[in-house]
Design a binder for this molecule. Structure first.
Ligand code: AMP
Ligand code: MG
Length: 352
């Protein structure tokens, strides 16, 4: 336990139960603060190794957080940002690979997801003490620096270069997913076959429930001011990631300004979606795609998800839920004030 105290996080709780190798109750650990969120990890089949394995997961997540964060000084992403326009920075292998994935989704989403969204994120400051609605001129200036095309990777050097001064990389839309993958890999490598990892709503599922059925994952009501789950998904051995405007926002003059920004406008995305949930094996990919789809809206979002073989649940501001074909049998509606609508052939809801 000493090791946990050393982390110095706000909250640490452990629920110890079901210590048999194939127990039906998990051993769980919760921490608040890493990756800017609350993380709860639960393993079901590791017996007395559970605590050590969970500690090992949190060490991995803590390491990823400290290297990728832009919230505090130090870290590789800050070093990269400090050298924008000047010189490339050699980064860790995992950050290099994560950039490759982030740039791939930046490209395929036509910049709806943009790993260089940092200048806009900083300007709006949503979720910080400095949050405000910026002047249009400020937004235009920041938008001019958002440009995934100006990120260069050199594979032989293992370096990343932000070509223009003032550019800022921001992995906030993909880092939680990556941390989930890293923790899942660590558990699998150590023989765990049943676990649920919840990184602030980014869920990684290992195996199935002890009774052999799928885990039940809730899809939250994304309407600001409402709560509860509007539906549930029965899933196993996969990852489920949701992006929603309700997660971080402020209100000004009766208008909600949330944290997912549309690089094309410089304002919070306004695609008609209140949330985008993506289901696919790799959580980093699910994370990037959920952010991208939230910005793109139903039709383009569905096409993008399909192009990666990912499944989705989109919730619109018209209280409609669009469930991809691969999830239709495992989705259950829990709130009758929403209507489920299947996607039309070829992605999206309608032709235009
Ligand atoms: P998520 O909750 O995964 O959708 O990620 C939201 C976070 O990603 C924000 O807090 C920003 O740090 C970052 N972000 C915001 N807008 C974008 C965007 N269009 N593309 C990539 N990252 C974004
Ligand atoms: Mg994301």
């Amino acid at each position: 336990m000493k090791r946990h105290i050393l982390f110095g996080f706000l909250l640490l709780s452990m629920l110890l139960s079901g210590c048999s190798r194939e127990g039906t109750l998990p051993v769980s650990m919760t921490k608040d603060g890493l990756l800017g969120t609350i993380i709860t990890l639960s393993v079901y089949d590791a017996g007395e190794d559970s605590q050590n394995l969970l500690s090992g997961c949190f060490e991995k997540i803590s390491d990823i957080d400290s290297r990728m964060t832009v919230r505090s000084p130090g870290g590789e992403i800050n070093a990269l940002n400090d050298s924008a326009g000047a010189n490339p920075i050699k980064v860790s292998g995992d950050i290099y690979r994560l950039f490759s994935l982030a740039l791939d989704v930046s490209k395929t989403s036509d910049g709806a997801f943009d790993v260089t969204v940092g200048p806009l994120v900083r300007l709006w400051g949503i979720g910080t003490a400095d949050e405000r609605v910026p002047e249009r001129s400020e937004i235009e200036a920041a938008r001019g620096l958002v440009s995934w095309q100006d990120v260069l990777q050199d594979e032989s050097e293992g370096s990343v270069f932000l070509k223009r001064e003032g550019m800022l990389a921001d992995l906030g839309g993909i880092a939680k997913g990556y941390a989930g993958d890293a923790a899942s890999d660590f558990l699998r490598e150590n023989g765990v076959r049943r676990a649920v990892l919840d990184l602030g709503g980014n869920i990684c599922l290992i195996g199935s429930r002890p009774d052999g059925t799928g885990w039940r994952v809730g899809v939250r009501n994304p309407v600001v001011g409402e709560s509860g789950n509007i539906g549930t998904l029965r899933l196993e051995d996969t990852s489920v990631v949701t992006s929603g405007g309700y997660e971080r926002y402020f209100e000004k003059d009766g208008k909600i300004y949330h944290h997912i920004l549309d690089p094309k406008t410089g304002y919070p995305a306004d695609s008609g979606l209140l949330s985008a949930t993506i289901v696919c094996k790799t959580s980093a990919l699910a994370d990037a795609l959920s952010t991208a789809c939230f910005v793109l809206g139903v039709k383009k979002g569905a096409k993008l998800a399909e192009s990666y073989g990912a499944e989705y649940v989109f919730v619109t501001d018209g209280r409609e839920i669009i469930v991809s074909r691969g999830l239709s049998d495992v989705f259950t509606l829990r709130d009758e004030s929403f209507t489920v609508r299947p996607p039309l052939q070829g992605g999206g809801e309608e032709t235009s």
